[in-house]
Design a protein around this ligand. Structure first.
Ligand code: C2E
Ligand code: MG
Ligand code: MG
Length: 392
């Protein structure tokens, strides 16, 4: 059974919350005195929901404590404060490399809990089996090396959809790691692979598997495009374009069908080699996408220098579109800028139709998100595509 922990000093609110959430079969523990978290046993807690404003020990101190305790399950924040504080808290979670789930702005009605409940009850993100006790990065690193050498990393696929015609524009391949029954999120193992120099080998496994799987369903697609994630660090490898060409040839794919989604998780020096690698990839026909635009270091600077064809607006802005004026202004400006630069724009992290409506008004027509489909393993992609086909 899934267990949540709600940390909030407002007793009326916690009673309301527990009653609502337990109706859906999710267990909920409560801490009204936030400082007690310091002694709390977090084993078996799948998701912690934290009020930001609390006497004694506030939500931000709790986030720091969870970082230090290496809490790796899901975290959401809630507050009646204005949206910019909630946004800052989310950013802090990401800086702490915590596994952020969502923002619950107070006051909220029961429908706000729906998305959270669906995630847990559908089993989409919560794994029932307990996570193995991995004490530190060194231990996880050993396991990751093994997972790479035995090619036990898996690949899931998530569609990019035209939000007006509902046509599928392509699929993004996402790495998945199941360690003894526990799901280790890519936000944890990708930075580890980057720090430890394993990222190149990891990418090789992912590229090989995604191409192999993709060839099993690309015949079902009008636009057989595959996007693969790359760390900007890998652009320092001068043989990357040749390696990719030989891989795609083995799988009878054309470079025009492949998009490299580049995320800059570390600030890169202005580097002629990475620019050269990007330019060669473009010359060879690959498409290049700036991923998570607006987050981390993926910035206007990258856009100015790199020969990109696509820009993906970070989920942090998209998920707030219907709630925050700041996000609406930022997304609208980014969409207009991208259009003027002739870039394909993709909105990531779409979970609600109201967000689709906002995006269409801004003329951003390609989207990706749980509303259309979660990332799926190969077998599910094929079933999903066949069902769409027969239901047309
Ligand atoms: P990304 O490339 O921006 O991928 C999108 C992430 O958002 C995925 O998380 C996806 O599962 C999640 N997502 C998609 N739609 C929704 C939605 O509607 N709501 C929410 N809450 N989330 C949504 P995931 O798979 O955990 O991956 C996280 C990041 O890890 C990726 O972000 C990417 O930067 C990195 N990553 C994943 N696979 C690889 C890989 O093979 N290589 C590299 N270098 N990085 C990877
Ligand atoms: Mg991506
Ligand atoms: Mg992204």
């Amino acid at each position: 059974m899934v267990t949540l922990l709600l940390i909030d000093d407002d007793k009326d609110f916690t009673e309301f919350f527990v009653a609502a959430i337990e109706e859906s079969g999710i267990k909920c523990q409560v801490l009204n005195q936030s400082k007690k978290i310091l002694q709390y046993n977090l084993t078996g807690i799948d998701h912690i929901i934290i009020d930001l404003l609390m006497p004694d020990f506030d939500g931000l101190q709790i986030l720091r404590f969870l970082k230090e305790s290496r809490y790796s399950r899901y975290i959401s924040v809630t507050s009646g404060q204005d949206q910019s504080i909630l946004n800052a808290a989310r950013e802090i979670c990401q800086l702490h490399q915590l596994n952020f789930h969502s923002v619950l702005k107070k006051p909220f009605d029961l429908s706000c809990l729906d998305a959270l409940i669906i995630d847990h009850v559908d089993g989409g993100i919560i794994i029932e089996k307990p996570k193995p006790l991995i004490k530190n990065d060194t231990e996880l690193l050993e396991q990751l090396k093994l997972a790479i050498s035995t090619q036990s990393l898996e690949v899931y696929f998530q569609p990019k959809v035209d939000m007006v015609s509902y046509e599928i524009q392509g699929f993004e391949a996402l790495a998945r790691w199941n360690l003894d029954g526990a799901f280790i999120p890519p936000t944890q193992f990708i930075p580890l692979a980057e720090r430890s120099g394993l990222i190149g080998k990891l990418t090789e496994v992912i590229v090989e598997k995604s191409l192999r799987y993709f060839t099993q369903f690309k015949h079902l697609l009008a636009h057989p495009n595959l996007s693969i994630n790359f760390s900007a660090l890998e652009l320092g490898q001068s043989n990357l374009p040749d390696l990719l060409i030989s891989k795609i040839e083995q799988h009878n794919m054309a470079s025009e069908q492949i998009t490299l989604e580049i995320t800059e998780t570390v600030m890169l020096q202005k580097n002629t080699l990475s620019l050269e690698v990007l330019a060669r990839l473009r010359l060879m026909g690959f498409k290049l996408s700036i991923d998570d635009f607006g987050a981390g270091y993926s910035s206007v600077n990258m856009l100015q220098n790199g020969p990109f064809t696509e820009l993906k607006i970070d989920r942090a802005f998209i998920s707030e579109l219907d709630k925050s004026d700041q996000s609406r202004i930022i997304v609208n400006s980014v969409v207009q800028m991208a259009k003027k630069l002739n870039l394909n724009v993709v909105a990531e992290g779409i979970e609600e139709q109201t967000i689709v409506d906002e995006l269409i008004k801004m003329n951003c027509l390609t989207g990706q998100g749980y509303l259309f489909s979660r990332p799926m393993p190969l077998q599910d992609v094929i079933i999903w595509l066949e069902n769409r086909f027969t239901s047309k």
